[in-house]
Design a protein around this ligand. Sequence first.
Ligand code: IVH
Length: 688
Amino acid sequence: MTQSKLFDNTSNPSPKTPGTVQERITRLRETIRQHDYLYYVKDRPEISDGEYDRLFNELVELEEAHPELVTAESPTQRVGAAPLEELGKITHERPMLSLDSLVDSLDVVAFDQRMKRELETDQVEYTVEPKFDGLSVELVYDQGVFVRGSTRGDGITGEDATINLRTIRSLPLQLQMGATPPSHLVVRGEVYMRLDDFHALNKRMTERGDDAFANPRNAAAGSLRQLASHVTAERPLVVTCYDVMVVDGPPPASHWEELEALALWGLPIPSHRRRCESIEAVMAFHRETEQQRDNLAYEIDGVVVKVNRRDWQDQLGTKSRSPRWAMAYKFAPRKEITVVQDIVVSVGRTGTLTPLALLRPVEVGGVTISRATLHNADEVARKDVRVGDTVKVERAGDVIPAITERVPVPGETRSASFSMPDHCPVCGAAVAREGAYFYCTGQAACPAQLKGAIEHFASKSALNIEGLGKKTVAQLVDQGLIHDLADLYHLSREQLLTLEGFAERSTAQLLDAIARSKTVSLDRFLMGLGIRQVGQHIAKVLAREFGSLDAIMSGDQDRFQAIQEIGPEISASLVSYFQESSNRRVISRLRELGVSIAETAAVPRETPLPFAGKSFVFTGGLVGLSRDEATAWVERLGATVSSSVSKKTSYVVAGADPGLKLDQAQKLGVTILGEEAFLELVKKQAGT
Ligand code: IVH
């Protein structure tokens, strides 16, 4: 059938009366919707871009001339909503569950046996499909029209992403009416970015001077959670639907039929999917998919296995956060082989020397890797990695690429083993050693340490000087405009204007941000000083205990160690930092230049705080408050926050898309709180 027979878009060229305008508009919308479907969902366009543009422009012109006829589901209305102050909250119609993850084939066999045992049958049919590596969304259609959509959030409540989701071209604003869609439909799907689009986006971002996204998932999440939908509209997001959460009328009898129904209504579904009559067939699908993984246009991190029959799904039921009838059968982390071209040593903020392998660039899962950390000298020795060696590199999720092992090549001539330099590769000062760690002794005279120190001082959790990023700091130090932290407050407009990329506006903004940072709380200031071993938490403990910088500066080893959280290493580090005359000089210059450090009322230790002795671990994203805010809340009440779960952990707070920490907590029987329960507990303890 030709295109013109399918969609007659040539009739009624010059509408005159309102009746015919309405008809023409309706017809154009249907035609455009159909072509959007063919292009974005079916990947099978039937008209040229030029023809499509003509239809679209005609609709735009008609709607401009007749604004009273514009409706929300018109294809012209994807972009253009006013930017939001913040994303609102939406409570999901059904909890958005997570999936148990399995990697080991023995666990997969055990899963199948459990299904058979619980269903009292000897054969279970599964549906298998890719596990898309994006972010999960809930999409709501009323009378076939897309009315709202949200991110998963904590599984109960998510962020309202309606205006941003509307910009995704593969998401129909109206379902295929011919297929009589249900009057109420809630669908779950995944929003993600294709690899080629992700690379092109990153290229555009870096050319503009913006930071590139670490991976397609971050790019998709960052794009969907924008406050201005016109930004999302420029980001190449796609959506695939894989679950009917709510439907009025009888639900499809199996997952396979559910996917077919979604497709019939015009929603994009996984094109790569299979019904498997046995767990062996599931394993074959997993194997084949893993082999095809590198040729796919998008990132997947495993396959999802679902018991096909709905009545069986209902019979198996769900656990607290995941269904019993489904699981994610993940792929092993990707590894590639490459060659170590050089081993260089980088110098960090506190002077620590870190060996870094420069690799022959290799693509690992769509991301080009050209360097990998070797952590410290012991690690290099243990793995015996040398320049010229062939090695395996691994990238697991967001983790920084690592060399997992050396691959011996028969007959190879190896270079000398690596050893740490005696002198700092940046400033030439002597290198000192502490256990496995090597330090440059140059301190602020070492440009690498100075740059790191200033970046740290300006960072979000310290003085929070917006606009003072890595590139600017490097220029300031390299051009000799800054020799210590205090020099920041000496910078003039004229000096900043000499920097690359600085014009009047950006200069004024940076000076303003520097001026604003002059009023700072004691804990942030302490944290900003970059004292070894003194991070956000210890800075807060010190501020709470001492109340003023002068009191801290005159503290001695015994006084510091009397504090529960502070051991001999931290107190030694504090004493040596404040004994150093150059550090005292910088602090007094900072004060002279107007940096005012707010004093906090020291909390007498006799009144135990409500969370004293309790420890929290956060996993997943929180919706109503940032991780920093949540940390601040519990720490103010006396708790500590840790990054890993142990038996001693008091609470694990699980937000959106929680990580392995949640599984760990379940295994160890640690109390798990959702965001709501967490807030309730905090409010109760804080007495608010
Ligand atoms: S089904 C009740 N199917 O994986 C079943 N999830 O680790 C709900 N995901 O948060 C999920 N591809 O975002 C399902 N084909 C697929 C999926 C999929 C990706 C994500 C989903 C979920 C995560 C669980």
